[in-house]
Every structure is written in C-alpha cells, then in structure tokens.
Design a protein around this ligand. Structure first.
Ligand code: NDP
Length: 296
C-alpha cells in the first residue's frame, strides 16, 4: 500500500480562508474585528520567527494583530499587569504568551492569569479541565489541527483504535482527550511504555508527538493506518540541515493508508487553528454562533 499524503499546508490554507470569510462576515454584519494579542518576552530567535509569522497571518485573515515585545528581564509583576490590561481590553479576543518564558518567570502563573475565554492556546487550567470533562473550551492549537485533519480524512472516528505517543500537556494529553471525545479507544504511550512497537501495531490512528527524529519505523505501523506526525526535529544528513518528524516517513508511507509529511503536515495547521480559536473567542465574546468546523 502507498499512503495517501495528508497535505497539511493545503488544509491549513483552506482553514485560513474559512476564517477570513467568517471574519469578513463579522465585520460586515456586526462591525466586529477580532483581535489577537501576542506577548513575547525576550529575544529567543525561534520565538521571534513564530511571533512574526503569527502576526502576519492574523492580518492576512482580516483580524487585528497586537504585538507586545518585552525585555528579557521584564518582571513578573509587569508581565501580569500587561495580561490584566489585555484581559480587560474588549478589542482583544485572544491572548497568546509565547513560550518558553525566561527562567525567572513562572509559566503556570502567567498562563493561568490569562482570561480563559481569551486563552487561544488552550493552556489555562480551566480550559484543560473543560476539555477533560467534555465541555466547551479553548482547545490547544496543535491537537485541534490534528483532529481536523483526521475528521476530514475519515469522517467519523468512532470506535477506531488510536495511539498517541507522548503525554505532554500541550500535545499528547489534549490530543488523547480530543480522540476520546470523538469516541476512539485511546492509548497514551510514553517513555515508560512496555513494548511500544506492539502498542503502535494495534492502532488505526497513530499520533506521534515525541521529539525524536524518525523513531517510529514503518514496521510498527498497521497496514492501512492513519499516521499523524507532530514531531519537528532538525537533523543533519548528507552535510545538509533537514527537518524530519518522529516517524520514518519513507517506510511508514509504504504501510500506512494516510500520512502527514514533515514539513507540510501538522506544522501549518497549528497557526491556522490559532486563528480559528481567535475567531471562536470573538464569536463567544459577542454571543454569536461559533463558526462550523473550526472548533472541536
Ligand atoms: P515533550 O518533550 O513535552 O514530550 C515528549 C513526550 O514524548 C513525553 O511524554 C515523553 O515521555 C515521550 N517520549 C520521549 N521519548 C520517548 C520514547 N523513546 N518512547 C515513547 N515516548 C517517548 O514534547 P512536546 O509534546 O512538546 O512535542 C513533541 C514533538 O512535537 C516535538 O518534536 C515538538 O517539536 C513537536 N511539536 C510540533 C508542533 C507543531 O506545530 N507541529 C507543536 C508542538 C510540538 P515521558 O513523559 O515519559 O518523558
């Protein structure tokens, strides 16, 4: 079997176009322009790149982008004061604090000071609890993007065996909750899992979110399974820098029914879902119906 490639880049462009349509409608019918505030503390080069591209795409879909760049030695008090101001600003529907934060800042405290209704990353403890209890919440962007691609490919996921490799708070755990919400039978695997190859071989859906280059070989994949590769790993091969996932793409594509590539799979969906979450937050804040197909 040669796997169908799930084109995350094209899918993300479709999601952004849907968001842009809905934003245009919000403006025309209700005079509302959703706004996303991104807070960056310090000068981490990778974070600067992410923040720039988030700002650019926010503007491209017709929303307002507010960038707040703070010095690396900003005090916790000043950061919390800025978040409080954004929480109380009606023009701001979504707040994202770019992680990681400099070491002197308490990440949990900072994230939990964001108004949960504006927590477009879905990391606030209230949103984690709401997702875990199957209630309406803000859903973390990367797992939401994976879920959208899976629903698009399969229609219903009900009754499927899903294995999520990785149990982080930002990917593995919320991914497992979302799959459970769609009635999959879910296994969460991690570094202490016994016989990982056998666990993965049972799965109709494999989501790999580990951070280890190409650790899942094709012979772990059940014939016809759907493979979602969240991993982004920079490696050097043949003297060149290369991005690879957590799955060995070439061998897995020979057995899988469908697979996301790296790059061009899950990655582009993350920002698209951030924009979708900001739109959802703006609709909720104004008591309007949520856009269809853009939430969990
Ligand atoms: P974390 O490092 O927080 O979590 C990694 C998880 O993998 C842990 O639960 C760990 O288990 C597990 N793990 C580590 N080694 C093994 C192993 N040998 N076998 C099985 N499980 C193992 O990573 P994140 O969840 O933040 O990210 C995972 C990957 O996804 C990274 O490559 C990251 O760059 C990428 N990513 C991509 C995004 C995108 O937009 N595409 C967004 C976010 C992340 P344990 O808990 O036991 O230590």
């Amino acid at each position: 079997m040669v796997a169908q490639v799930i084109d995350g880049k094209a899918f993300a462009a479709k999601v952004r176009a849907q968001v842009a349509d809905q934003v245009a409608k919000l403006k025309e019918e209700h005079g509302i322009t959703p706004g996303l505030a991104v807070v960056l503390v310090g000068e981490d080069p990778a974070s600067q790149v992410y923040v720039r591209s988030k700002g650019k795409m926010t503007v491209e879909v017709g929303m307002n982008s507010y960038e707040h760049k703070l010095d690396a030695d900003t005090s916790e008090e000043d950061l919390l004061a800025l978040i409080d101001k954004l929480n109380n600003d009606p023009a701001v529907n979504g707040i994202l604090v770019q992680l990681p934060l400099p070491k002197h800042l308490n990440e949990d405290l900072v994230i939990n000071s964001i108004d949960p209704a504006k927590d477009v990353d879905g990391f606030h403890i209230s949103n984690v609890g709401l997702l875990g209890t199957g209630q309406k919440s803000m859903v973390p962007c990367t797992p939401l993007g994976c879920l959208m691609m899976l629903r698009d490919h399969h229609g219903s996921l009900s009754g499927m065996d899903a294995v999520v490799i990785g149990r982080s708070n930002i990917v593995g755990k919320p991914m497992a909750q979302l799959l459970l919400g769609d009635s999959c039978t879910v296994t969460i695997a991690h570094s202490r899992t016994k016989d990982l190859p056998e666990v993965v071989r049972r799965a109709d859906i494999v989501v790999a979110a580990v951070g280890r280059p190409e650790m899942v070989p094709g012979d772990w994949i059940k014939e016809g399974a759907t493979v979602i590769d969240v991993g982004i790993n920079r490696i050097e091969r043949d003297g060149k820098n290369k991005l690879v996932g957590d799955v060995d793409y070439a061998s897995a594509a020979e057995r899988a029914g469908a697979i996301t590539p790296v790059p061009g799979g899950v990655g582009p969906m993350t920002i698209a879902c951030l924009l979708a979450n900001t739109l959802t937050a703006a609709c909720r804040a104004n008591g309007l119906a949520e856009p269809e197909g853009l939430t969990a």
